[in-house]
Design a protein around this ligand. Sequence first.
Ligand code: ZN
Length: 256
Amino acid sequence: MQALQRLQIPCLTDNYCVLLHAPETGETVAIDAPDAAVVKSALASRGWRLTHILTTHHHNDHTAGNLELKGFFGCQIWGPSAEADRIPGLDIGVDESSQLNIAGHAVRVIETPGHTLGHISYWLPDDQIAFTGDTLFSLGCGRMFEGDAKTMWASLSKLSFLPDATAIYCGHEYTLANGRFALSIEPENAALAKRMDEVATLRAAGQPTLPTTLGVEKATNPFLRTGSTAVRARLGLEGASDWQVFARLRELKNKG
Ligand SMILES: [Zn+2]
């Protein structure tokens, strides 16, 4: 099995679409489709033909291109069965029991509710890649539009059990702003300071800060560090449960 080729495409203001291409079969997958025209032109630049769209959640900035791309390529659209009626052009509703693959590469669905109630992440274990949509961002996490703090924390906690080497692709380029908040919580975290140097350099050069890896996020992302003594001390929540530490972080981030 050959490695999947990957192309990350900036869309709209700060969204990403990622294309995965299997050279043996020609299958090409878009994870989320924020903008049909931009995705089409990226496909054309590689000579790839879109066969699948994998939707993470129903928000318009992740699905706006679905119908046009489906009309043009006849591609199949997968998305969370829990949001089936809200995903334009959905063909196959998926959940954690789904057995999926792209050109023989296993695709696992991880249910990660909180940002929306049906939000899912996709994990390709053989390829060590995960697409976490608007649940886990680099140095941050999504807002809870539909779920509560306990639900969102459980979803992040689920993702934190993936292997550390997993490359994490996210729905948005929010890393720089997220990192400023992270530094306000953990000013002494050397791994975070180092990551922020890299992030600043990448953004100054107009480059994406993604993918990150789960290992880096566990060392730097406060929302995955609810067990850290330093984070808890900073918040005065030494004895609280993890989800309560998470809830406080989310509250502070929303204010900032
Ligand atoms: Zn969203």
